[in-house]
Design a protein around this ligand. Structure first.
Ligand code: 5GP
Length: 200
């Protein structure tokens, strides 16, 4: 007989910065009670609306380093300068032991590493903006970045776009409503082998 943790699956949503992955992930978590979010650890500062232990486990750089040394992470990356993010092994255990499937919202390198580790138990989805020009326009219009930071982000986006072929599926986020439907189709098909029947 299979234990729950042997049956658990995982969905990784990854994307270049600004492609809208967090919105899609939130929609899926609101739609399906059989999904749960993998809460990452990070050393970045907590934002105003965030809750420790819900959005992230906020750690000091020392706490993060100790966990790295103790081999507690499945993967970790320095996503921005001096800002570390990682997936804890205990998080995967927590979600699978609760009988749910895991949803990750992580950047492309970490996503590639998790996909390599978990293979067929894992569906890795690359969310793509309609075009790189539109993504740059979105990032520029946000006006949240200085010129040099914007340049770094754009360089990063171009690099991240080259990873797209390493994933199981590509989801183009042009119209959000359409992207939601496509993401739902992917989740239902991967968990149950086919999409749910439309309700009358
Ligand atoms: P933010 O600071 O905006 O919450 O996240 C910055 C980036 O780090 C996003 O692309 C996010 O998906 C990614 N990220 C969040 N958690 C993890 C993680 O555990 N591992 C990796 N590799 N990236 C992460």
């Amino acid at each position: 007989m299979k234990t729950i943790s042997q049956q658990g699956k995982m969905f990784i949503f990854t994307a270049p910065s600004g492609a809208g992955k967090t919105t899609i992930v939130r929609h899926l978590l609101d739609t399906y009670d059989f999904l749960d979010f993998s809460i990452s650890a990070t050393t970045r500062d907590m934002r105003a609306h965030e809750v420790d232990g819900k959005d992230y486990y906020f750690l000091t750089p020392e706490e993060f380093r100790t966990k790295v040394d103790n081999d507690e992470f499945i993967e970790w990356e320095e996503v921005y300068e001096d800002q570390y993010y990682g997936t804890l092994k205990s998080e995967v255990d927590r979600v699978w032991e609760s009988g749910k499937h895991i949803v990750f919202d992580i950047e492309v390198k970490g996503a590639t590493n998790i996909k390599q580790l978990y293979g067929d138990r894992c569906h890795a989805i690359f969310i793509k903006p309609p075009s790189i020009e539109i993504l740059i326009e979105r990032l520029t219009n946000r006006k949240t970045e200085s010129d040099s930071s914007l340049k770094k982000r754009i360089a990063r986006v171009k690099r991240e776009m080259t990873y797209q072929d390493s994933f199981d599926a590509i989801l183009v986020n042009d119209l959000l409503k359409v992207a939601f439907k496509e993401a739902e189709f992917m989740v239902e098909t991967f968990v149950y082998g086919k999409p749910f029947e439309e309700e009358e």
